[in-house]
Design a protein around this ligand. Structure first.
Ligand code: MN
Length: 294
C-alpha cells in the first residue's frame, strides 16, 4: 500500500496512475491529539488491508492534490553517517557507521516533495545526498537484527541535504528544508526486501548517484536494531540509511530528483539561495573532504 500525506494534514492511499483515496476520516484522534494524522495512523495501525481502509472513501485525482512529507512530525530523525564504502572513499573518511554511530537531524528540517530547499549561506558548500528512508511502525527498544524489520512500517525517499565543513553533523544537516521526504510511504509488505533497492539521484539532469542498497555497510535490519539500543524508536520515526558515492554541490536553480525502485515515483525538489547570508561559524575549511565538483 502506498500511503501519502496531502493538502492540509490529509492522508490517502495512492492508487493507479493518478488516484488517491482520501482516508482522512478513518483516522481517529484520541490519545495522540496534536499529532499528524499519518503519525496517528501508524501508531494505531492494526494491519488494515487496503480494500477495507478504502471502502466508501472518496477517490481524488493525485494531480489535483498537493503532496506533503509523508510523516511531517516524527519524534526524531536518525541518520547513518558513512554507510557505503564508495562514499567513505570519496569523503576520505577513515571510519564508517560502525566507528561513527548515528547522528540526529532536527525534525523541523523536513520538507515536502516538490518544495524548495533553501541554501542558508552564500559562502559555504551544500551537497545532495540521496537515501532510502525507513519509517518505524511498532515501537522498537533493544530489538535484535532478526526482529528489527518487524518494527518497520514502510519506506520512503529521503534527501539528506548537507553543508560541508567541520561543524557537528547535526548542525550541518538540520537547516530548515534540509530533509525532503516522500513522495509517499510504501508499506513494508508491498515494498519487499530493503536490501536490494536501486537508488538513483540526479541534479539538474546530471545522474550523480547510482547504487543499490545491497552495498550498504549496515543494512536496514542492523541499523534499526543498533539505533533501538540507543533510543526507543517510536511509530513514525524516520531512519535514513546513508548515501552512496556521487555527492556534489548544489546551486541556486538546481533540481534534485531521487528515484528508488519500488517507490513508484521520484522525490523531487528545487534549490534556491534566496535569503542566503554569510555563514555564522568557521567550519568551512575543516572536516571531511568532499569530492571536487565535476
Ligand atoms: Mn546522509
Amino acid at each position: 500500500m502506498k500511503l501519502a500525506t496531502f493538502d492540509d494534514d490529509r492522508v490517502g492511499i495512492v492508487v493507479g496512475d493518478d488516484g488517491i483515496v482520501d482516508i482522512t476520516d478513518r483516522i481517529g484522534g484520541s490519545a495522540t491529539d496534536g499529532w499528524s494524522r499519518m503519525r496517528r495512523l501508524i501508531t494505531e495501525w492494526n494491519g488494515s488491508d487496503e480494500a477495507s481502509l478504502a471502502e466508501g472513501a472518496p477517490l481524488l485525482s493525485l494531480s489535483a492534490v498537493t503532496l506533503r512529507a509523508p510523516v511531517p512530525d516524527p519524534s526524531k530523525i536518525l541518520a547513518a553517517p558513512v554507510n557505503y564504502r564508495d562514499h567513505q572513499s570519496e569523503m576520505q573518511q577513515q571510519w564508517h557507521v560502525s566507528g561513527l554511530g548515528f547522528f540526529l537531524k532536527a525534525p523541523s528540517s523536513i520538507a515536502d516533495p516538490g518544495s524548495t530547499v533553501f541554501l542558508p549561506y552564500h559562502d559555504r558548500r551544500f551537497d545532495q545526498e540521496g537515501e532510502l528512508g525507513c519509517v518505524i511502525g511498532r515501537r522498537a527498544h533493544r530489538v535484535s537484527p532478526e526482529d528489527a524489520l518487524s518494527h518497520v512500517f514502510g519506506f520512503t525517499g529521503a534527501l539528506d541535504i548537507t553543508m560541508r565543513g567541520g561543524e557537528d553533523r547535526s548542525t550541518r544537516k538540520s537547516f530548515q528544508t534540509f530533509t525532503p521526504l516522500g513522495p509517499w510511504i510504501v508499506t513494508a509488505d508491498e515494498f519487499g526486501s530493503p536490501d536490494d533497492v536501486d537508488l538513483r539521484c540526479w541534479v539538474s539532469g546530471d545522474l550523480r548517484q547510482e547504487a543499490n542498497t545491497r552495498d550498504l555497510i549496515w543494512g536496514v535490519a542492523r541499523l534499526v536494531s543498533y539505533a533501538s539500543w540507543i533510543s526507543a524508536l517510536e511509530p513514525g520515526d524516520i531512519l535514513i540509511t546513508g548515501t552512496p558515492a556521487g555527492v556534489g554541490p548544489l546551486a541556486d536553480g538546481d533540481t534534485v530528483r531521487l528515484e528508488l525502485a519500488r517507490l513508484g515515483a521520484p522525490l523531487e525538489v528545487t534549490v534556491s539561495d534566496s535569503g542566503a547570508v554569510a555563514s555564522h561559524t568557521d567550519g568551512k575549511d575543516r572536516g571531511p573532504v568532499p569530492p571536487p565538483p565535476r
